[in-house]
Design a protein. Sequence first.
Length: 130
Amino acid sequence: LLTGIANDPDEALVYVGLETIDAKSFHHIRSLKTFGSNPRLKLVAEFSARNIWIDSATGLPGSLSYVRRDAAGPSPGIPVEVTYADYRNVGGAHFPFLIRVSLNGTPWATIAIDTVALNTGLSDADFAIQ
């Protein structure tokens, strides 16, 4: 996520600061589209805002929040928060084995991952277009 944001010339990153959440320290980063390449869209820049909290001890994402909006007409936004937990090392990369999603402050989904397998023998032929 952060790599994509950092490589987008229309994206701005703002370091909000160090915050303590549930006795853990997180770097709070806010991303926002500037629409520098399309100035007509600058009025909707705030609608692209995302807040990301990075665990200061591990460097791994702790949570992500944004406001979901309908595209048709004026309607209230719905706050969405995604939290990532239970990171495990799999083949040298860390994966969250527990992901929770809440909508408007209400738990909506919990995703518990049992296993992650990398390089299990799939080849390009397994994805041939027929």
